[in-house]
Design a protein around this ligand. Sequence first.
Ligand SMILES: [Fe+2]
Length: 278
Amino acid sequence: MSQEASSSFAGQEQPHPEFVDIHSHVLPGVDDGAASLDEAVRMMETARRHGTRVLVASPHANPAFPYDRSRTERLLDELRARAPSGLQLIRGCDFHLTFNNVEQALRWPADFAINGRCWLLMELSELTVFANTGALWRRLEDAGLRIILTHPERNALLRQRFELIEQWVSEGRYMQLTAGSLFGGFGSAAQRFATRMLDAGLAHFVASDAHDLRCRPPRLDLAFQWLARRYGEAYARRLVVDHPRCAVEGLALNLEGFGPPPRLPWWRRLAGAKPKTN
Ligand SMILES: [Fe+2]
């Protein structure tokens, strides 16, 4: 199901905050994202039209799609020349945990970090959690990087290991959900897991992970509406505005008091009462 298709609950366009989307495959012809410059331009226009002000272009870095910083910079310049007014494009990378990638990132951390600062998008294998994953992360962290684990809710292996998510967050790693997961776009198991993480305050970012215009569009407005309806606007803003902005600026997250507001009993929700948010 596409986010476009799931927009029926959203009704008319509502005013919303200015979103910062830290994960997208908008660069044309480098991976399984935008296939052409024309599609990339239309993706940028869609993002801007639906409230995104900052879009991180994060091409894959894996054996199938090797990452090349100079080519990324070149394409970014091309896209910036065609970007709609009010949309800022930032360099990032969808970094897969491989031995070679880790070696590269230890030598040149800024090549892979969002905006060349310190936050690193990290995708894990769906086949195994390597015994040395924590050790590799510590080496990257010692090099100044902060790990954002991408879409754990879409990883069938991690869905069996909620305690690992809890452990990793308690150790100072961060979690990014895919916007489409909230609406069931990646199946009901991913949707349930995403909700469980949000209920527990274990998700720090929601990003589009946009690949195209139809199945995974660069939209955060529907995710924001869904989050605001379920948890209140304050929590929603943290996930799609405040935390992503910190990542782009290379700042630490202030997680004091971070988490969902208390859930109201169903009869009060039915009566239209809103949870108190701070
Ligand atoms: Fe991605």
